[in-house]
Design a protein around this ligand. Structure first.
Ligand SMILES: [Zn+2]
Length: 398
């Protein structure tokens, strides 16, 4: 199994300067190689290939020993390959009859990762294994950077990447042959309903919550974004406001990831089989379409309520959560079943009666046929579980 591990770096001040230069030079290399391809394609209809650009690297490095020559040949090749991939995707879309945009130059803030494709080649994970207190990663041109290794690395380290997020730096290890950490069978099965108030609710009636501080942080982010909108372009205040928004974004992302990991871990520990709905998060979070009223104005379309909902949905981070859940389930040897979400929230889990009137409030469910009352999310989770188990039985019988 392949899996990645991400750790915070603790670079010295000098190493931050070197890391920044490393990222800037790889970005410059990417943009120069893109320029080369664009010009050749636009002026002569010629496609420049990865092999030619990679061969060119030797000269670029020799001409610029204090600049491009400082970094790892392999990480530079990886950058050129990344561009090659963008071009392949572009030509695939042209062939398919679409009119895609030409691959674009990467501005500052759009280029935040450098990858070393092989541990030991221009980089070394755990470069001081004998060190009593700390873990280090050695990066060519940067040095031995201290790593905040908060958990054990499993499997064999294949690629090493460095990533900038706001003012922080991270190292990401992609590992092969990570052993599955199978958990003992519990004999329990659960359906889960992902929701706005709770990240997920199980058919057993258990709520997995989004942490309170995530909401607080989201509020602060909204305020910071309003402040940013009020600043003048190019002003000093704007620069500071941009940095603040970026830092808060990163914080919300980390908190959401943390919450998703905890919730997913709790689920795979407790259940052998977990059923969830297939969600089209991008559709659900799209802006509400304006409704013309026929006399030049607009009818209320619920946009205000909808944008609040949008934020809550993004806040809940369902996509992130379900992705993490699927990784953890695979690693633990648990079965994850996805079902069609149609009618799960308005069908009575006791008698099967399906009506919109069954759903009395956001949280309340009362069946108009049999009188069954339940928490709306728990009722939905029970339906989801039942649908999942039916699918599973059908698949076994086939
Ligand atoms: Zn009923």
């Amino acid at each position: 199994m392949r899996r990645s591990f991400k750790f915070l770096l603790r670079p010295t001040r000098g190493q931050v300067v070197a890391l920044t230069a490393c990222l800037a030079d790889h970005q410059q290399l990417y943009n120069a190689a893109l320029e080369h391809r664009r010009t050749a394609y636009r002026k002569a209809g010629v496609t420049v290939r990865y092999g030619e650009q990679s061969a060119e690297l030797k000269h670029i490095r020799a001409d610029d020993p204090g600049g491009q020559g400082r970094w790892s040949f392999s990480s530079q090749q990886a950058t050129l390959r990344r561009l090659d991939k963008a071009f392949r995707a572009f030509f695939d879309r042209v062939k398919a009859g679409h009119a895609p945009g030409f691959p674009r130059f990467k501005g500052r803030g759009r280029f935040d990762t450098v990858e070393w494709p092989k541990d030991g080649d221009g980089c070394r994970w755990d470069s001081q294994p004998g060190h009593p207190a700390a873990t280090y990663v050695r990066l060519q041109g940067v040095g031995q950077v201290r790593v905040h290794q908060h958990r054990r690395v499993l499997g064999t380290v294949k690629t090493i990447s460095v990533k900038r997020e706001g003012s922080r730096w991270f190292v990401v290890l992609s590992c092969d042959d990570v052993p599955a950490e199978t958990l003992p069978a519990t004999g329990a099965v659960a359906g889960i309903d992902v929701g706005l108030v709770h990240l997920a609710t199980t058919s057993e009636g258990e709520h997995l919550a989004n942490p309170r501080h995530l909401h607080t942080c989201a509020e602060r982010l909204a305020t910071a974004q309003r402040d940013l909108a009020r600043t003048r372009r190019g002003s000093n205040r704007r620069r500071k406001a941009v940095a603040r928004v970026a830092a808060l974004h990163a914080k919300v992302r980390r908190q959401r990831l943390d919450a998703a990991h905890k919730a997913a871990l709790a689920l795979v520990r407790d259940y052998d089989v977990i059923v969830h709905e297939a969600l089209k998060v991008t559709n659900m979070t799209r802006r509400a379409a304006p409704k013309p009223d026929g006399v030049g104005g607009h009818l209320p379309n619920g946009a205000a309520a909808k944008s609040g909902l949008n934020r809550s949905i993004l806040d809940a981070g369902w996509g992130v959560f379900l992705t993490i859940l699927s990784h953890k389930a695979e690693s633990a040897g648990r079965e994850l079943i996805t079902v069609n979400p149609a009618n799960t929230s308005r069908t009575c889990s006791r008698c099967g009666h399906c009506a919109a009137e069954n759903r009395v409030t956001q949280a309340g469910f009362r069946c108009t046929a049999c009188g069954h009352t339940a928490h709306a999310d728990v009722n939905a989770a029970v339906n989801i579980l039942r649908a999942g188990l039916a699918l599973r039985d059908a698949a076994r019988a086939a």
